[in-house]
Ligand binder design. Structure first.
Ligand SMILES: *Cc1c(COP(=O)(O)O)cnc(C)c1O
Length: 431
């Protein structure tokens, strides 16, 4: 028996393979070397033939230089935080590509002088919400609120209802955020009920604003009462409303979800929101409202630490001006159409596995509209397929319900249907 270590090819020889040369140009030498070294180790230990080293290294290298992989979101949750929230529209992806190199993000090409950063995007945002005198964009919804509190409420107090002391996710809590930037919290009311005079009694000379936080990931029902923005706006201090989801105007299918335009019209001085929830854009935070207040926020030293990059600005502009986003398309889909698609998918798997079309209920997700159920349809498969589908070359993430794997179609585009079939077939072929 020959010692496999002696017949193992040299690293340079393997790297000279044209396919690995091409991968080096695409992904960088570092990534290619990791793949080659791994294959060489297999060869040294006798698990791989010397002539298969380059093949194996090529096979494990991905097409793009990121370990983030595209996933088909068949969870039935339209804005899924663990799956990157809103998927960008094709228009937004094109815009990101266009802005990726040197770009006029801060230059007026006519005069050749410095221009307000992203000024075209800001104009589009202002045009989308005419009720706002001014707008500002930061890195995410939390940054929008943190910067607002930092600029307006440092060493002052913020009045907030006990029913709105929200934990956003992963242990991050809005009250702790406010305190961390130097605001004093003045909690009013109880978990379930708060009255206008609770707010009135709490106002004093050092009140910066009243904060309304939309409970975007839970609902309180039963013996409840809250005070709306309209009523609070008649008090002597500004009202800041964190609406969360980023709806710019009212949505027919989500009647209880607050939107920026209506909230400003009710009298809020400022509205903060996320860009990657119901707006369907890139991760960013939006601030709308009174000119003077937005200006104070925009000029605060920390604003620079929260400013968005050119890629975000490009994607946001395309989200605002381009065709409907995948999120709004998902919200607009008719359940009958989804059931038709589920039936077609089930038919394509006839004889291969126990596949059925079923009606189901989707949801917006942690991004908004808690408790709202959206009529949908799903491809129902044996539950044992869940893990192999998640870990397949083309990951599909569904949900387990009543002992079945449901691949809910509400957040799946029609272009992804054939990919689902491909993924299921490849998993079944491996059994
Ligand atoms: C989502 C959300 C936030 C946090 O926004 P991020 O963009 O995740 O930072 C804050 N407040 C409310 C009400 C939210 O729904």
């Amino acid at each position: 028996m020959q010692d496999p270590r002696r017949s193992t090819p040299r690293t340079d020889t393997v790297l000279a393979d044209p396919r690995l040369q091409e991968a080096t140009a695409r992904l960088g030498l570092q990534a290619v070397k990791v793949a080659v070294n791994h294959a060489l180790d297999l060869c040294r230990s006798g698990q791989l033939a010397p002539e298969d080293v380059a093949d194996t290294a090529t096979a494990v290298l991905s097409n793009v230089a990121t370990s983030l992989r595209p996933v088909i979101n068949a969870t039935g949750i339209i804005v899924h935080t663990n799956l990157g929230r809103a998927p960008l529209s094709a228009a937004a992806l094109d815009a990101v590509r266009a802005a990726g190199g040197a770009t006029d993000v801060e230059m007026d090409l006519v005069s050749g002088r410095r221009d307000r950063r992203g000024h075209a995007v800001l104009s589009e945002l202002a045009a989308a919400v005419p009720d706002a005198e001014a707008v500002h964009v930061v890195n995410n919804g939390t940054a929008a609120l943190a910067l607002t509190a930092c600029a307006l409420a440092q060493d002052k107090n913020v009045i907030i209802s006990r029913g709105e002391l929200v934990e956003i996710g992963d242990g991050f809590r809005i009250p702790e955020l406010l305190v961390s930037v130097g605001a004093e919290l003045r909690e009013v009311g109880t978990t379930n009920r708060v009255r206008a005079d609770d707010y009135t009694n709490a106002i004093d000379g050092s009140t910066a604003f009243i904060l309304k936080v939309h409970p975007s990931n839970f609902v309180v029902t039963g013996f409840t009462s809250e005070v709306g923005v309209g009523e609070l706006a008649s008090l002597d201090v500004p009202v800041v409303a964190d609406i969360g989801s980023g709806l710019l105007s009212a949505h027919r299918r989500l009647p209880d979800e607050p939107d920026a335009a209506s909230t400003l019209r009710s009298g809020a001085s400022l509205v903060t929101a996320s860009g990657d929830k119901l707006l369907g854009g890139p991760q960013c935070g939006l601030v709308f409202g009174r000119q003077g207040l937005v200006e104070v926020i925009r000029r605060h030293p920390l604003a620079r630490a929260m400013r968005v990059d050119k890629l975000t600005l490009a994607a946001l502009e395309a989200t605002l001006t381009g065709p409907p986003t995948p999120v709004s398309a998902a919200l607009a889909t008719k359940p009958e159409g989804l059931l038709d698609r589920a039936e077609q998918l089930a038919r394509q798997l006839t004889g291969l596995t126990d596949a059925r079309a079923v009606t189901s209920l989707g949801a917006v997700g942690g991004g908004g509209a808690p408790g709202v159920e959206l009529d949908s349809a799903a491809l129902s498969l044996p539950a044992c397929l869940a893990e192999p589908l998640r870990t397949s070359a083309l990951p599909v993430v569904g949900r387990i319900q009543h002992g079945r794997l449901l691949l809910d179609l509400i957040a799946v585009s029609t272009e992804e249907d054939p990919l689902i079939i491909e993924s299921v077939r490849s998993v079944l072929a491996g059994y």
